[in-house]
Design a protein around this ligand. Structure first.
Ligand SMILES: Cc1cc2nc3c(=O)[nH]c(=O)nc-3n(C[C@H](O)[C@H](O)[C@H](O)COP(=O)(O)OP(=O)(O)OC[C@H]3O[C@@H](n4cnc5c(N)ncnc54)[C@H](O)[C@@H]3O)c2cc1C
Length: 365
């Protein structure tokens, strides 16, 4: 088999590269995907009751990048969706991220925006050198809010204390000194009108793109002549784990369908302190599908399983650095995406990265 370009993985990273190679360069490209579907973790499908679910957990598109939004809009229309999240604390549902409404609901107060700013300043703990996620949270919101909202959620999510996690984990959670209770503040937000899988199918629609499903690339790669390999699978697997297995946090998704139209008060409800799951998503509130039943998904974080989140500790980063040195030596392999780069990317960031990598690749061709 001859293909100038071979891509491992049919997630957003692989599909964006394939689409550009097929449409802009008009070259043939083969995608090898070990799962039985394209889309990677953004894959969605209809369950046995006919309800559209996100098979690998809830995915909400949001970005400040006009170029990414325009690029993906070639393959889908969007529902004008603004995400909202509630957190269950002390028997009440309070909005996330922390806004003026959250503070007022948590402490039964009626403060205005500047009073909340003062309130948070009073709560904040002074920390000389911020080194961990716990330091970040304490320095922003103080001990009480840290215990109520962040501490146990983070423990459940990562299986270790926030004091052992680097600052990246909690610093992603914004604090808003206003009444805007939308979860994301990005300029563009939405859900693909016909779902992510349909969007991915349109990205792969060019006849230059061939897709081999149900195939681990190692089973076939030696039988293919190619010039460039674009690898979006796990790096440790590529190198036969020569520096050991990289650690990931996984999630067990438990789907439940109920014979009623509505299950909960928001698309996502977080449970920092109760139950073993971290959050519940109700899909119909994301997709706006009308159906007399509803499907929800509970997320149980765990150590073993599909690799979802790279482990954000110093040791894990140092281990990946050993692989990164090897990656630099490869002439005809591009490592791209959340698994190959051992980096958490949102959908927009991974598409942006793929578009940038494509530009670089064509410049050097
Ligand atoms: C639970 C969860 C929720 C998320 N929610 C959001 C959200 O709300 N908003 C947002 O913007 N982002 C979200 N993301 C991030 C989003 O999923 C990623 O940005 C995106 O999936 C990354 O695409 P990718 O192509 O790099 O990786 P992937 O989608 O993982 O694609 C990699 C592909 O490579 C394949 N592969 C691996 N090994 C091999 C092999 N040996 N041979 C062949 N194929 C192989 C895999 O099967 C997979 O299909 C979420 C992620 C998770 C885990």
């Amino acid at each position: 088999m001859d293909f100038k370009y071979v891509i491992v993985g049919a997630g957003l990273a692989g599909l964006t590269m394939a689409e550009r190679i097929a449409n802009v360069l008009d070259e043939k490209v083969l995608i090898i995907e070990k799962r039985n579907h394209i889309g990677g973790n953004v894959f969605d499908s209809y369950n046995e009751d006919g309800i559209l679910i996100h098979n690998y957990g809830p995915h909400i598109f949001h970005t400040n990048s006009q170029s990414v939004y325009r690029y993906l809009s070639n393959f889908t229309e969007w529902n004008d969706f603004w995400h909202r999240v509630l957190t269950y604390v002390d028997g009440n549902l309070v909005p996330m991220p922390i806004t003026v409404e959250t503070i007022n609901a948590l402490y039964n107060l009626n403060l205005d925006c500047s009073q909340v700013e003062d309130f948070l300043k009073e709560q904040a703990v002074e920390i000389e050198e911020i080194k961990t996620s716990k330091d970040v949270a304490l320095s922003k919101v103080g001990q009480d809010i840290y215990s109520k909202i962040f501490e146990n959620y983070t423990k459940k999510q990562w299986g270790i204390d926030p004091a052992e996690l680097d600052t990246s984990v909690i610093s992603r959670i914004p604090i808003r000194l206003n009444r805007d209770t939308r979860y994301f503040a990005d300029r563009y937000q939405g859900m693909p009108k016909n779902g992510y899988t349909k969007m991915c199918e349109r990205m792969a629609a060019n006849k230059n793109i061939k897709i081999m499903l149900n195939t681990d690339y190692k089973e076939v790669i030696n039988d293919i002549n190619y010039e460039k390999l674009i690898y979006t699978g796990p790096t440790d697997y590529y190198y036969d784990y020569k520096y050991g297995k990289l650690s990931y946090r996984s999630i067990n998704f438990a789907f439940e369908t109920y014979d009623k139209e509505r299950f909960q008060e928001a698309p996502v409800v977080n449970y920092p302190n109760d139950y073993d799951y971290t959050r519940i998503t109700e899909f119909k509130q994301l997709t706006w599908q009308e159906h007399r039943k509803t499907t929800i998904c509970k997320e149980f974080p765990c150590a073993e399983g599909e690799p979802y989140y790279p482990f954000p500790t110093k040791e894990c980063k140092a281990q990946f650095a050993l692989y990164a040195e090897e990656m630099k030596k490869e002439d005809n392999v591009i490592f791209l995406g959340r698994l190959a780069e051992y980096k958490y990317y949102n959908m927009d960031a991974v598409v942006k990265r793929a578009l940038d990598v494509f530009e670089l690749m064509t410049k050097h061709a």
